[in-house]
Design a protein around this ligand. Structure first.
Ligand code: FES
Length: 100
C-alpha cells in the first residue's frame, strides 16, 4: 500500500495529486470518502487535476468525458475507462493500493 498522506491534506470536495513510482494519482475527497484515480485521462492523456467532480463522476477538463468514481467507466464512451485505485483509511492516513 502506498502512503498518500493525511486526509487533512485533501479538503472536502477538493483534490490533491500525489506521485508514486508508477505515476501520478489524484485524490478526491467527497464528504470524507477518499477516491484515488489515475491523474491521466484515458482518452488523450489530459491531467485530471482540473476535473469537475459531480454526482459520483469526475469529468475530464479537456473534452468532458465523465468517468464513474465507482468503476471508472464512461457511459458516453465505453472504450475509455479511468483507472481507480482501492483506498483504505488507517486513522488519518490515506493508503492507496497501487499494485495493479
Ligand atoms: S483528453 Fe480527457 S476527454 Fe479527451
Amino acid at each position: 500500500m502506498f502512503n498518500a498522506g493525511s486526509i487533512s491534506d485533501v479538503p472536502n470536495f477538493g483534490k490533491k495529486v500525489v506521485s508514486t513510482d508508477s505515476g501520478e494519482i489524484l485524490l478526491v475527497n467527497i464528504k470524507g470518502v477518499i477516491h484515488a484515480v489515475e491523474n491521466e485521462c484515458p482518452h488523450q492523456g489530459c491531467p485530471m487535476t482540473a476535473a469537475v467532480v459531480k454526482d459520483g463522476t469526475i469529468s475530464c477538463p479537456r473534452h468532458g468525458y465523465r468517468f464513474s468514481l465507482v468503476d471508472g467507466s464512461c457511459s458516453e464512451h465505453p472504450d475509455s475507462v479511468l483507472t481507480l485505485f482501492p483506498v483504505v483509511l488507517e486513522g488519518e492516513t490515506i493508503l492507496v493500493d497501487v499494485s495493479r
